[in-house]
Design a protein around this ligand. Structure first.
Ligand code: GLN
Length: 449
């Protein structure tokens, strides 16, 4: 704990943490040490974990990096957090992120951007940028983030880490600040597949507090990871990826080289067509903003956090508190979502996007019925410069080109490191598997590292 606390201090300029629970973490370490000696320690004894500022931790601040939740303190633990604590993990702090998890660069936080430890002039990715950098810079061993449209895998790629988004509904969302509820997944950052597997097996599974969580039993991912299999897998690569707008050639080459390695290791790789590729990103941004506009209506200046001081009546209370409390990007998303849900446009945008989502899921599942995995890049470029895309939202949204398919389809996906570009910046490889095939996904990823 001391080692990680000292790294947090040394690297404070990266702005990865919003709160550090120094005293509490040190005390907990001593208590867990005692438990270890008594042979009573849990599965995660002493594992040092950071929490993205969207996960409820009882009696600790929670504000989704937003002014609108200024002063808010959680009264309960998220189920995932409770399960970490029950197994004796140590929570070291609350991590910076894009406001309400909306962003791809961590530049939308009310607390300022997070810097990439590989190059301080570059972004760490988003929205879980603080959670990624905290693991990258050895400020904690594992972080919990949230992945609604790539927010764990994309920053994992920009920071050279393993980042897992499990199947939708694999982990309870109770205590996770809602963005797009039909997409939101808690995800895990680590330096190794083993760490990620261990945390997943602790936090996944049925929960009475979340009616959408899966009742499927949780396998022992770590045990299955250590079993050797000589299985030859069938891997699909989508042809359309090669002609994607803005794909950095070094990323394409790194993925192709990895595919060659996969073949040499005895697996098969087929190039397949996925003509729906170009519809995935617009479908995501229509549905995610629609859900966000509905979810964020609860921040009204009455029930939580910030309330404007210049209020004259109820309407001005809503208006002023929300205008002053929410940042620009969040306001933009609420407007977009309200527009696509409005009576005159609902069918043209929302209903149509729902239909397209169904088709994307079916076609993705069709591929995954024939193949074990789909392999593709996770980001079109490596980490970009701070400010590079802030004036052009469409350019920023394009950073999510390859990450959103797994969320739209609901299937699990992982980012693993796949070398560096000429400037030494990490490149990520994405592997997508079928529903609830995390075990196979983790096993294959581990073999590729
Ligand atoms: N960048 C995407 C967005 O802004 C994804 C965010 C996320 O996964 N939370 O919507």
């Amino acid at each position: 704990v001391q080692h990680h606390l000292s790294n947090i201090k040394k690297k404070a300029h990266l702005n990865a943490f919003l709160s550090v629970y120094e005293k509490e973490a040190l005390e907990r370490a001593l208590a867990i040490d005692k438990k270890i000696k008594e042979g009573k320690a849990g599965k995660l004894a002493g594992l040092i974990v950071g929490l993205k500022d969207v996960l409820a931790y009882k009696d600790h601040p929670l504000q989704a990096s937003s002014r609108v939740l200024d002063g808010f303190v959680s009264q309960f633990n998220a189920t995932a957090v409770q399960r970490l604590l029950d197994e004796d993990a140590i929570i070291i702090g609350r991590q910076n992120c894009d406001e309400f998890a909306m962003g791809s660069s961590n530049e939308n936080s009310a607390f300022g951007p997070v810097l990439n430890d590989a190059d301080n002039t570059r972004v760490p990715g988003g929205s879980s940028g603080g959670s990624a950098v905290a693991v990258q810079a050895d400020m904690c061993q594992v972080s919990l983030g949230s992945d609604t449209g790539g927010s764990v895998r994309q920053p994992a790629a920009f920071c050279g880490l393993v980042g897992l988004k499990p199947t939708y509904s694999r982990i309870s969302r109770f205590g996770l600040v809602a963005y797009g509820s039909s997409f939101d997944c808690i995800g895990i950052f680590g330096k190794s597949v083993e760490d990620v597997a261990l945390v997943l097996e602790v936090i996944a599974g049925a929960d009475d507090a979340d009616s959408t969580v899966s009742q499927q039993p949780v396998p022992s991912y770590t045990k299955e990871l250590s079993q050797s299999t000589n299985k030859a897998y069938k891997v699909a690569y989508v042809r359309e990826i090669d002609s994607s707008e803005g794909l950095q050639p070094e990323i394409r080459d790194a993925i192709k080289a990895k595919l060659d390695e996969i073949r040499v290791a005895g697996h098969s790789v087929d190039v397949i067509d996925f003509p729906l590729q170009e519809y995935v990103l617009p479908t995501y941004y229509i549905l995610a903003t629609a859900e966000a506009s509905s979810n964020l209506s609860r921040y009204d200046g009455v029930r939580y956090g910030y309330r404007s001081s210049e209020v004259t009546d109820l309407n001005s209370l809503y208006k002023k508190s929300r205008s002053e409390g929410f940042g620009k990007e969040v306001q933009k998303r609420i407007l977009l979502g309200t527009f696509v849900l409005s009576a005159s446009y609902y069918d043209a945008y929302y209903t149509k996007a729902q239909k397209v989502r169904r088709i994307i899921r079916e076609k993705t599942k069709e591929i995954l019925n024939k193949y074990d995995f789909i392999v593709m890049p996770i980001t079109p470029t490596t980490a970009f410069k701070l400010g590079e895309h802030t004036d052009n939202p469409l350019e920023m949204y394009l950073a999510d080109l390859f990450s959103v398919q797994a969320n739209v389809a609901g299937v699990p996906a992982i980012a693993i490191p796949c070398g560096n570009d000429k400037q030494g910046l990490p490149i990520g490889l994405q592997i997508i598997a079928d529903d609830f095939e995390e075990s196979k996904l983790l096993h294959f990823s581990n073999a590729l590292l």
